[in-house]
Design a protein around this ligand. Structure first.
Ligand code: NDP
Length: 321
């Protein structure tokens, strides 16, 4: 019987299962976050694509839809961070995940309001910084992950144990995790929880456009690539816009030229409005493995069942009777 009572991530967030739904721009609003929290995991509202008033609305709707803990993810490179944090504090959100920025900036302030703070890192260097800033846990996000990503291209298989060795706070593995087998592998590497993003895009509860969800399901192996390293590395699904970026990068485009090519609201156009031609489509490598749209609660259950089955099979195969 699977039990997580001794698990530090479960205790930190006061949840049932150490499965965190990643905060994703244009995908994870209150519907997805509350569905995952109701299923016993931790749902995160992705504030990166929200104006402050929109975030406030999502927090209130999430609270009305679940009595369980939920959190907000804030990418620190996005606009209006102080205003978003003010709302989080005012609305008494219990958990904040910060990413893409310096954890020293806001961790103490949030914690002084009783908020648990987790920072997303792509290297042991940033994990150490997060621990020094007093974060309650870190998400070690590997090269496989969708959206913004580390420059060093360290895979989850390598990053998770390195971060585990570097810090004593709980490590939550992310990047390339869409099944219970992958969750078990992350635990074998020292993670005490997993953050799952891409898999939760393919749910009825995700606010992503239906055309984008379909494109994710159809994505082949090798269908994504890390781009825009001169700006901020981001893993994109290969569509006509991707090839435009690739061509520009092959020709040695400058940061300014890439900024100009990116323009404004590309991510919204692609992932929220379903423009698969000229929009920016951020998704993880593991999209190649996903074949269906399923309710978020079913995904949580499937992760747990496969985790347990594989654990039992491995024990039966390799442990002496
Ligand atoms: P853009 O900067 O292109 O445009 C802003 C988008 O975010 C719009 O779609 C806007 O919605 C929405 N938005 C939500 N909240 C706010 C807010 N508080 N203020 C302004 N706009 C808001 O968006 P991206 O998501 O592509 O990029 C966001 C950040 O990431 C920027 O700082 C950008 O420089 C940086 N970045 C992004 C890269 C990428 O690959 N996307 C690469 C490198 C850097 P609406 O249309 O409804 O106004």
């Amino acid at each position: 019987m699977l039990t997580f009572t001794d698990n530090r991530v479960v205790r930190l967030f006061n949840i049932q299962y150490p499965i965190i739904q990643g905060g994703m721009v244009w995908a994870s609003g209150w519907q997805l976050a509350s569905a995952v929290s109701n299923a016993g995991g931790l749902g995160l509202i992705g504030a990166g694509s929200m104006y402050p008033s929109v975030l406030e609305e999502h927090i209130r709707k999430c609270r009305a839809a679940t009595t369980k803990p939920f959190g907000v993810n804030i990418p620190l490179m996005y606009p209006d961070v102080p205003a978003l944090l003010e709302i989080i504090i005012r609305e008494k959100v219990p958990i904040v995940f910060t990413s893409a920025g310096n954890p020293a900036l806001y961790t103490q302030t949030l914690q002084s309001h009783g908020i648990k703070v987790v920072h997303v890192v792509s290297s042991s260097h940033f994990a150490r910084k997060a621990a020094m800033a007093g974060c309650d846990a870190v998400v070690a996000e590997g090269f496989e992950a969708g959206g913004h990503n580390g420059r060093e291209e360290t895979t989850s298989l390598v990053l998770t144990p390195i971060v585990r060795e570097t810090v004593t706070i709980p490590v939550i593995a992310a990047g390339g995790i869409a099944s219970g087998n992958q969750m078990l592998a992350a635990f074998a590497l020292g993670a005490e929880g997993v953050q799952v993003g891409t898999r939760f895009v393919c749910t009825p509860e995700a606010s992503s456009h239906a055309a984008f969800k379909q494109a994710v399901i159809e994505a082949p192996e090798g269908g994504t690539q890390l781009m825009l390293k001169k700006l901020a590395p981001v893993r994109l699904l290969k569509n006509p816009f991707f090839y435009q970026v690739q061509e520009a990068e092959n020709k040695g485009a400058s940061k300014e030229e890439l900024e100009q090519l990116l323009g404004r609201a590309r991510a919204k156009s692609g992932m929220f409005e379903g423009n698969l031609e000229t929009g920016e489509l951020e998704i993880g490598q593991v999209s190649a493995q996903i074949k269906s749209i399923q309710p978020a609660a079913d995904i949580v259950l499937e992760l747990l069942q496969t985790f347990e089955q594989t654990l039992q099979q491995l024990s039966a195969s390799y442990l002496a009777k």
